[in-house]
Design a protein. Structure first.
Length: 187
């Protein structure tokens, strides 16, 4: 998808979703102490690191620095508001700011943390030949329900096959998953 389309979609989505962001921010602040936004180092285009933004869904100090700890459905670290934000993927809305800053795209492989990238093979590093995305081929194929290695292979497959028509298919399937709620949160 052209960069201009990413920018236009991000601006429109932020305008439409601004009331949702406001309600989410209030719920986060009322439910637990700490900032509204969660910031985490991720790896993007060409292997460059950037600070990815999300709505905070866990109690302050839950995530060890540099290495993510798996989050289960009943994880006590997740706040009340965080459960809803994660289940609906609304915690990802601030990723739109990363798109506007040029660090992410609307569609592409999800950015990973540096500790995971350290273990990549040269073939797996190919996923960094494109900007990471808010949604991607692996996300619409099963998200966290498929093994990590398979997700990386789907990302490399996307890099090889990317096109405007594939991006539109991914966007359509993402909208369908958001509307139906299927496949958004791991069981």
């Amino acid at each position: 998808m052209p960069r201009a389309a990413d920018i236009a979609i991000s601006v429109l989505a932020l305008l439409v979703l601004s009331p949702v962001l406001l309600v989410a921010a209030v719920a986060i602040k009322l439910g637990s102490r700490g900032p509204v936004l969660y910031r985490q180092r991720r790896v993007g285009l060409g292997g460059a690191e950037f600070e990815m933004l999300k709505l905070r869904t866990m109690v302050l100090g839950s995530d060890p620095v540099g290495i993510g700890t798996a989050v289960t459905r009943d994880d006590p670290r997740v706040t009340g508001a965080g459960r809803l934000l994660r289940r609906t993927s609304l915690d990802e809305i601030p990723n739109l700011l990363n798109v506007l800053r040029g660090e992410m795209a609307i569609v592409g492989p999800r950015p990973t943390i540096p500790a995971q990238v350290d273990d990549y093979t040269p073939h797996q590093r190919r996923r960094h030949e494109v900007r990471p995305g808010i949604t991607g081929w692996a996300q619409v194929q099963g998200r966290a329900g498929i093994p990590w290695e398979e997700r990386i292979e789907l990302d490399v497959d996307y890099v090889d096959r990317r096109s405007a028509s594939l991006d539109l298919r991914i966007l359509a399937k993402t909208v369908w998953l958001l509307v139906t709620g299927h496949g958004l949160a791991p069981d």
